[in-house]
Design a binder for this molecule. Structure first.
Ligand code: ASP
Length: 437
């Protein structure tokens, strides 16, 4: 058995958190490869070290004096080192990094130092080897992650280290400069290491008990999902549910490695398992989760005999394409077609779209309405359970809410419902209550 473990910023925000992390790692000898984030927030209004590094770098780039601000960053690390009682210093690194800031080594380099320095402390504290991610994680000339080169090199390097810390979030470009993934990218590094190590489980330690069935800001104490498939997770994350970086799914998915989301502050909880497929269903619920987002617009086109007009849909979509807009959903009827778009995509382009569509397909009516929210009800068990759609609609209408759009993907793992933005929270609660309570 081999486990790759990733710890998020809040799990490594201070020395007390470092101790919890070490206890977790030492509790199981199979937790051999560790991927840390940079120190996160210690309390609500605290600043993440990554954000401090960006700010500090921007100050340097503007030619401002960074001495004081840089000292505050050093203090975060020195505080951890001192409280852990380590006989260890990062002074040489601080010196090099500060100089690199002044000589404009790049924003990505700056941000990556958060993980780099934290990784060094953690390796020292655990007595593990330190592997610089710049030597094992690669991007190509276009700045895209080079998965195959990385996998080949990284799997060889890992074989030479029984226990190691590999900092998250960054890698290197062919010209040896540092590049980071997008924010929250240590999750991706963890997944890449998991694949290269061919481990049995990728544990992703964070500060919640797992992936929740609904947003806790909307639904009161939602249940934790015990098991979710990658596809269900994609649907829920796309709709705004976050715990894990979306791109973290791909490397482990290729290798069929399950991800286990765990809570550093409550290690007893078994967390959420993200798996490639499963026929186990949680607690008898038909749905796995419900999530949603506001900020959509519906473009409705009506034209008699539209369905008999060859190329109608293509011509409409071509107008969107020319304007550089992608659409989210496309429910259509016999004589009408609705296109659901992200409202912000329409900015400055409304007139061009209207004129383009009128010119290309000459519709009877054409309307763009804003203020739509989408709710996705997701569950692999829905395929087998009869009447799920009816229950969703009953719950929503029972709450006195008007449904503006319905879209059930052919995969049948999700039903998407469009409601007015003002009804969004109520709709989500109504659905949760129908299926979970
Ligand atoms: N430290 C980086 C961030 O704040 C990456 C991460 O934590 O995953 O985005």
């Amino acid at each position: 058995m081999l486990k790759v473990v990733k710890f998020g910023g809040s799990s490594l925000a201070d020395a007390a958190q470092f101790k919890k992390v070490a206890d977790i790692i030492k509790a199981e000898a199979e937790r051999r490869y560790v991927v840390p984030s940079a120190p996160g927030k210690r309390f609500k209004d605290d600043t993440k070290v990554t954000d401090m590094l960006y700010t500090c770098y921007d100050m340097a780039a503007r030619g401002e004096d960074i001495n004081e601000y840089f000292s505050a960053i050093e203090a975060r690390y020195n505080g951890i080192i001192a409280e852990l009682g380590l006989d260890f210093s990062l002074e040489d690194d601080f010196h090099l990094i500060k100089n690199a800031f002044i000589h404009k080594a790049g924003r990505d380099f700056a941000a990556s130092r958060g993980e780099y320095l934290n990784g060094k402390i953690l390796a020292r504290y655990l007595g593990f080897d330190f592997i610089d991610a710049a030597e094992v994680i690669f991007f190509n000339d276009n700045g895209l992650f080079d998965s195959e080169r990385t996998n080949t090199v990284l799997s060889e390097v890992l074989k030479q280290h029984e226990y190691a810390v590999i900092p998250g979030f960054y890698g290197s470009m062919p010209n040896d400069t540092i590049k980071t993934f997008s924010r929250g990218g240590s999750d991706i590094t963890g997944s890449i290491v998991a694949r290269a190590a061919e481990c049995d489980i990728y544990e992703n330690w964070t500060d919640v008990d797992g992936f929740l069935m609904a947003d806790p800001r909307i639904v009161d104490s939602p249940r934790v999902i015990n098991e979710i498939t990658y596809r269900e997770l994609r649907e829920l994350s796309y709709m705004g549910a976050t715990v894990l970086h979306e791109d973290a799914i791909f490397p482990v998915r290729i290798a069929g490695i399950p991800i286990n989301i765990r809570n550093t502050n409550n290690p007893e909880a078994h967390g959420t398992f993200i798996v490639s497929s499963s026929d186990k269903y949680d607690t008898g619920n038909v749905i796995t989760g419900v999530a949603g987002k506001k900020g959509f617009s519906v473009l409705t086109i009506e034209k008699d005999m539209m369905n008999a007009e060859v190329g109608f849909g293509r011509r409409v979509l071509e107008v969107l394409e020319t304007n550089g807009i992608c659409f989210e959903h496309l429910p259509s009827g016999i004589d009408n077609m609705s296109i659901i778009l992200n409202t912000h995509e329409l900015e400055g382009k409304r007139e061009a779209i209207k004129t383009g569509i009128c010119r290309h397909v000459n519709p009877e009516t054409l309307e763009i309405e804003d203020g739509l929210a989408l709710v996705a009800v997701v569950g692999r068990a829905m395929v087998k359970a009869k009447g799920t759609a009816a229950r969703v609609f009953k719950a929503i209408s029972g709450a006195g809410i008007n449904i503006r759009m319905i879209d059930q993907g052919s995969s049948e793992i999700s039903i998407i419902v469009g409601v007015e933005e003002a009804d969004f929270e109520d709709a989500l609660r109504a659905i949760y209550q129908e299926f979970v309570y």
